[in-house]
Design a protein around this ligand. Structure first.
Ligand SMILES: NC(=O)c1ccc[n+]([C@@H]2O[C@H](COP(=O)([O-])OP(=O)(O)OC[C@H]3O[C@@H](n4cnc5c(N)ncnc54)[C@H](O)[C@@H]3O)[C@@H](O)[C@H]2O)c1
Length: 285
C-alpha cells in the first residue's frame, strides 16, 4: 500500500548492491511513494551487482562514484540535479566496508592503512557527501539526509571490529554537520541505527548468524528487516519529520533499551558450561 509520502520529491540513493541491500529496498520504496531518484555505487559494484536492472525498473539514472572521492561526489550531485531538475530533497548514505574485517585482522592487530580506509569509506565519505552537497547547494530547504549506523557505535560487540569506530564517527558527523546545515539551510541530518540484517556487508561480521539470533531474542519486537528499515527511511525523507535532526534513531525492535529478555535468558540457560580455550582456560568476554 502506498501513501504518496514522497510525491514530487527527488533523491539520491547511495549503496544499493543487490536485492538484499538496505539501499535497494529504500530505492524501491521511495519510488513507490512517488519520488524520482538517481542511484550511485562504485563502478565495480555496478559491474558486479544487478544494478542496471534496478535502474531500469525504477527509471533511475545510475551514476558511478567512489564515495571517498570528492570529485566523484561532485559528479553525482551535478548529474542528479541535471536529470532530476534541481536540488534534491533527500539523500541516503548506505555505505560501509572494513578491509580489516575482510582480511580477518582482529581489533588488537589492526592494519592502520586499512583502518584509514574503513573510516574513509564508512564515515568520512558521509562528511564528504554533505560538504560537497552544501558547497554545490544541491540539497533543497528542509531536505533530509540519512546514513545507516549500528549500535556498536555505543556498545562493544564481539567481531564488529573497527566498524564500531567508523559508526561512532558517522554518528558524530551527523550531529556536527546537522547543526551547520540545519542553521543555514534547514537541512536535517540523522542516522538510523538498524538491527543486524542479512545483507552482503552484514554477512562479513564475525558470527553474524548468532548475532542476529541473539538480537532477535533480545528485542521485544524482534529484529527489524531491510524492508522495515526502508519504511522508516521513507518516513524520515517525508514532510512528517521536518523538525527531526542530529539524531541517532534506533530501528531495532527495542534491542538498544534491553538488558536481558526472557527468551535470551532461556537460550543462555541451555548451556552454562564455561567457554574455554584449547588448554581448558576460561575465556571471559
Ligand atoms: N546489514 C547489517 O546488519 C547492518 C546493520 C546496521 C547498519 N548497517 C549499515 O547499512 C549500510 C548498508 O549496508 P547493507 O547491510 O545494506 O550491505 P550492502 O553490502 O548491500 O551495502 C554496502 C554498500 O556499500 C558500498 N560501498 C562500499 N565501498 C564503497 C565506496 N568506496 N563508495 C561507494 N559505495 C561503497 C557497496 O558497494 C555496497 O553497495 C552500511 O552502512 C552498513 O554498515 C548494516
Amino acid at each position: 500500500m502506498t501513501h504518496n509520502l514522497l510525491k514530487g520529491k527527488k533523491g539520491i540513493i547511495f549503496g544499493a548492491l543487490n536485492d538484499k541491500s538496505i539501499a535497494w529496498k529504500v530505492a524501491e520504496k521511495a519510488v513507490e511513494e512517488g519520488a524520482t531518484i538517481t542511484l550511485s555505487n562504485t563502478a565495480m559494484a555496478i559491474r558486479m551487482g544487478d544494478f542496471e536492472k534496478l535502474g531500469e525498473q525504477l527509471q533511475a539514472e545510475v551514476i558511478p562514484a567512489d564515495a571517498t572521492s570528492v570529485e566523484d561526489l561532485e559528479t553525482v550531485f551535478r548529474r542528479s540535479m541535471e536529470v532530476l531538475g534541481g536540488p534534491v530533497d533527500f539523500v541516503l548514505h548506505s555505505i560501509g566496508m572494513s578491509p580489516n574485517v575482510r582480511k580477518k585482522r582482529t581489533y588488537d592487530d589492526l592494519d592502520y592503512n586499512m583502518l584509514s580506509k574503513t573510516l574513509d569509506i564508512s564515515a568520512i565519505s558521509f562528511h564528504k557527501m554533505l560538504q560537497t552537497a552544501k558547497k554545490m547547494d544541491a540539497i533543497a530547504e528542509y531536505g533530509s539526509v540519512l546514513a545507516l549506523s549500528y549500535v556498536a557505535a555505543q556498545r562493544t560487540f564481539f567481531g564488529y571490529n573497527d566498524m564500531a569506530d567508523a559508526k561512532s564517527l558517522l554518528e558524530s558527523i551527523a550531529r556536527s554537520f546537522g547543526y551547520i546545515y540545519g542553521r543555514e539551510k534547514n537541512v536535517r541530518i540523522n542516522t538510523i541505527s538498524q538491527s543486524p540484517t542479512p545483507t552482503t556487508a552484514g554477512s562479513g561480521v564475525k558470527g553474524m548468524e548468532h548475532l542476529m539470533d541473539f538480537a532477535n531474542k533480545m528485542s521485544p519486537l524482534g529484529n527489524a528487516s531491510a524492508d522495515e528499515c526502508a519504511d522508516y527511511c521513507v518516513m524520515m525523507f517525508s514532510d512528517f519529520t521536518r523538525k527531526v535532526t542530529m539524531q541517532n534513531l534506533y530501528h531495532d525492535g527495542g534491542f538498544s533499551s534491553m538488558g536481558m529478555s526472557l527468551r535470551a535468558m532461556n537460550q543462555y540457560s541451555k548451556s552454562l558450561d564455561e567457554y574455554t580455550d584449547e588448554n581448558g582456560h576460561i575465556i571471559y568476554g
